[in-house]
Design a protein around this ligand. Structure first.
Ligand code: C2E
Ligand code: CA
Ligand code: CA
Ligand code: CA
Length: 279
């Protein structure tokens, strides 16, 4: 390797640089992504288990990078959270989801909810309330058609402050649900005070629902907890008939998952909902 010479010392650079370097590049790209309009929202239907009807869609962000391709939110949302970029990105998501939901309504679809994920940094941002007010005002969407998904673990970081913020949001008329429920150790007494309309059972408890008795115990406990507290309960990550059978038997209210539909573009939601209505 002698002939490589001095300039090629990086040839010997240890592996550790790769991921750090990749992360750095991705952060740079993330900084530019909003201005370059590289984000888009996909929507996944949420279905009422009794009627089989779609009553809501969850907005899920997608990053289409011109050379890196499609980048998963699992990869860039934590990075956006770390860097604070989640605040402007989250603001874009809010505006876009409200605009799109209003556009669906204006096109003649029956009104439904749009659910938007709110991350920790966004939730703690002192401008959160005015950002939500602006998204509603700019889009013309009525507050009752916007639902915010806040994770259980985020709420549990500081219950008192979280409840105060949720109360403010609720007073705007928007609804709140607890995402990833079952993973964040809410106490019953705390849960009672949350101004929320529903609990989302985390996917991790649904995956092996057909066979895993522990998961069955958690899922049925969350469902009966919801019933006792008068909250709706939705299961996420539903893929199989067996999972649905269990959820039905245990009186779960709602489901979301690949069994019904993967997250799809706004255009495809139109098609899907028109088929859903076509009876
Ligand atoms: P999440 O909020 O728990 O969203 C559910 C995730 O499960 C989504 O992944 C969805 O595509 C996926 N999923 C839904 N049904 C199924 C199923 O039947 N099987 C399987 N295997 N997966 C299913 P996605 O879209 O990759 O999003 C991952 C996470 O990234 C979300 O988890 C959420 O935490 C975050 N995220 C996505 N969009 C946004 C956003 O706009 N803002 C913020 N703050 N976070 C977002
Ligand atoms: Ca969610
Ligand atoms: Ca989840
Ligand atoms: Ca119920």
């Amino acid at each position: 390797a002698k002939e490589l010479g001095r300039d090629n010392f990086q040839f010997y650079a240890p592996e550790f640089n790769a991921t750090v370097h990749e992360k750095f590049l991705l952060q740079e790209e993330l900084r530019n992504a909003l201005a370059r309009s590289e984000f888009t929202l996909f929507y996944q239907p949420q279905v009422d288990l009794r009627s089989g009807r779609v009553f809501a869609v969850e907005a899920l962000i997608r990053w289409k990078h011109p050379t890196l391709g499609l980048i998963s939110p699992m990869k860039f949302i934590p990075m956006a959270e770390e860097t604070g970029l989640i605040v402007p990105i989250g603001d874009w998501v809010l505006h876009e989801a409200c605009r799109q939901n209003k556009a669906w309504q204006d096109s003649g679809l029956p009104p439904m909810m749009v659910c938007v994920n709110v991350s920790a940094r966004q939730f703690k941002d002192s401008n959160l309330i005015s950002r939500v007010v602006n998204a509603l005002a700019d889009s013309g969407l009525e507050a009752q058609y916007l639902e915010l998904e806040v994770t259980e673990s985020l709420i549990m970081q500081n219950v008192e402050i979280a409840v105060a913020t949720m109360n403010e949001l609720q007073s705007l008329g928007v609804q709140i649900s607890i995402d990833d429920f079952g993973t964040g150790y809410s106490s019953l007494s705390a849960l009672k005070t949350f101004p929320v309309v529903r609990l989302k059972i985390d996917k991790s408890f649904i995956n092996d629902l057909a066979t895993d008795e522990d998961d069955q115990a958690v899922a049925s406990a969350v469902i009966s907890l919801g019933q006792k507290l008068n909250l709706r309960v939705i299961a996420e990550g539903v893929e199989t008939d067996e999972q649905i059978a269990f959820l039905r038997k245990n009186n779960c209210d709602e489901m979301q998952g690949y069994h019904f539909s993967k997250p799809v573009s706004a255009q495809d939601i139109m098609t899907l909902l028109n088929e859903d209505r076509g009876d």
